[in-house]
Unconditional design. Sequence first.
Length: 285
Amino acid sequence: SRCLCEQKILQQTFRVWRERWTVSRERQLSLRADSHYRHLLHNLIFRAWRAYVCQQQGKRNRYYVAESHAKKQKLLRTWQHWLIYVDVQRTKQRMQAVALAFRERTHLCISWAVWRRRCCQICTGRKMNILALQHWAQSLQFRAWLQWRDLYLKSQNDKQKETRAVAHHMHGELKRCMEAWLEYVNICREKKRQNELAQEHHQVKVIRQCFSGWHLSWECRRRVHAHQKDLEKLSARITLWRVFARWKYVILCVEETLRCELAEKHHRHHLLVLKKFWNCWKSCL
């Protein structure tokens, strides 16, 4: 009974320890999975933020480049107009000086009219040349701007496609990781259930073995007690028969002496028999 009680206590202690160990193990695994999932989310957020920062930086750089280019173009146009204006003013001044000198020299209206007509033609030609150059420069700028816009839109589309592809790939990786983690959790739960069933089966088997051993030992003790009772009855009968035989043998002797001696011998013999059967019973037990 003490051994069975100790085995029960050990089994209960082992079961409680195993349940606590399993719970702690599952908690550690869940904490690791949560930390891994948070790390993946932080990594995705950092990559998206870095891509957004790079995109914003590229936009700002392109805006600064476009703004500086526009300022340079405006400054170039202003400088060209100013140069043309200065050249025209100088030409006008020279023409006026020549006209005044010619007028002072010739005082001829015809010559003045011819010169003025030619001067107007020259001014008109210069103005037409200037307008043609301006139109050509504007057309070149417009073509360059169209090419730059096409390249910018193409680069933006490529970057958006790359961003979508990276996001799709990360989403697929995250989905596969979650599926693998769920499969691992299901496997752990199944293993835990199988271990519990095996442990319950082992406990039932141990209890049956202990009960069968205890039943066998109890049956053996019962048989030993029954045999001991039979032996005691047989010993009593043998002792009575011997006492009766001795009493018949010494009946002619003195009754009191014989009774004392028979009583003493009977007592001693009874003690010896009891000692003998006691030793036999102890050895059998």
